[in-house]
Design a protein around this ligand. Sequence first.
Ligand code: FAD
Length: 491
Amino acid sequence: MKRSILKQTDYDVVVIGGGAAGLTASATAVSLGASTLLVEADRLGGDCTWFGCVPSKALLSLAELVRCGDLRRDDLPARLRAIRQQIYEHADTPERFEALGMEVCFGRARFTGPGAIVVEDAEGGTRDITARRFILCAGTRPALPPVHGLEDISFETTHSFFEMRTIPDRLLILGAGAVGVELGQACARMGVEVTLVEREDRILPAGDPLWAEHMMPVLERDGVRVLTGTTVTRVEHARVGRSVRVTAERAHENGEILELEADMLLVATGRAPATDAMGLEQAGIATTGGFVKTNAAGRTSNRRVYAAGDVTGRDLFTHAAGAQARAAAVHAVLRFPQKYDSRAIPKVVYTHPECASLGMSSAEAARARAEGKDVKTWSLPLSSLDRAVTDGHPEGVLQIQATRRGRILGATLVAERAGELLGTVGLAMQNKVSLSALGSLIVAYPTWTDGLRKLGTQHTLSRLPTGLLRLAARMLRLRGPAAGISPDDIV
Ligand SMILES: Cc1cc2nc3c(=O)[nH]c(=O)nc-3n(C[C@H](O)[C@H](O)[C@H](O)COP(=O)(O)OP(=O)(O)OC[C@H]3O[C@@H](n4cnc5c(N)ncnc54)[C@H](O)[C@@H]3O)c2cc1C
């Protein structure tokens, strides 16, 4: 291993945790010439590969195959794990990362001081390690709600759900955030009787309100029983068989008490930090509610330690973890001022249709308008987009928030390809491309991107100097410009 000259530490950079954040941080550090050690307690790949993005997206696709009769429901679990293994072998093996020039070590790391850790391996062996810089990427674990009886019954979290050998007939999901809604829809579409219980008044409570508005009827049509404003108070094993009995209280039905039964209970009520046994106090690393506090460059209260990914509690997405990790590694190695910008992080729920947003949400735009700020929302129902109609998915909407002059502030999209469309919006925002410029783009017909072009054209037409146009029309004896522009007027 090549080592740098100016130091007495074992490594330039030690990265703790080999999930999305840790893999990016270590790969970035080593590519910048730092001697780098990656420490992982379990398997490389972290939540994304084993319990998160990869198996959940595979489940959504495989469920469609089951629905169309192209896959037996009983064969789904094995297929799902095969896809996961394929991605692991392509992207996350230790050999791949060692080939980049770093060292990979398996064991659980704990800080023993401001610039030192001890790593304990599965056999109880320990190794003391020092480094000039640490990047803490330890992720999170499933959060468990305070429900009476939960500790006495068997239930699933995302850490165990994808290991299932058979698909249950009745599934009760606690929590209608992105995870609950994605998994609930996938299971319902392959014939599972799904009940989705959410304490808040709407599904996807952390997302743009437009998402819930459009997804509620879709989920109900897919056969999901959605109970919002409902708090689970007690769980227990049913008297007969292996099923679970759930008691829940409905906030808006005079506190009506519901008794529900399912073959499997999946708890999907968010994430909790997993930093309790990491010696953060010994290293002087400050936390809030267990999540590690960082500045925009990812630096913690200990100047030698950076943190990235879910462990910071900021934007719990793989691409956010990657962006934070890159910023932290560049700053840790080169001291280049690097900034992580939350507003540039796309958010996508991979349901059918997908729900996506970037930057200013529709609710924030409405608030800004109420305060008299220069924000306008441009909206296109999918029923006005030919590709959505030809594909048989005309439910949904494309919305862009922009200033009157066309500076794009954000987008909220509910459409089959919303996640992909967000890339174009992101590129426009990042490069200060105006909404009108999107309108002048020549887009293949019929595509989903044509919807963005139509929003741009709406903006362009709204900016036409109508007085001048009317005068010109009168001189040329034309009818004159149309008074108002509806989305259906955009060709
Ligand atoms: C069901 C589900 C679906 C999801 N879908 C998406 C999606 O579609 N798109 C998206 O962007 N995001 C998705 N996410 C979120 C995404 O998985 C996470 O944001 C991402 O994995 C976070 O990466 P991370 O590196 O911060 O943490 P993790 O992936 O949790 O990695 C942390 C790693 O640190 C290791 N570790 C912990 N403590 C120690 C220690 N003391 N010593 C050594 N190693 C340690 C752990 O073993 C783990 O490997 C999903 C999450 C879930 C649960």
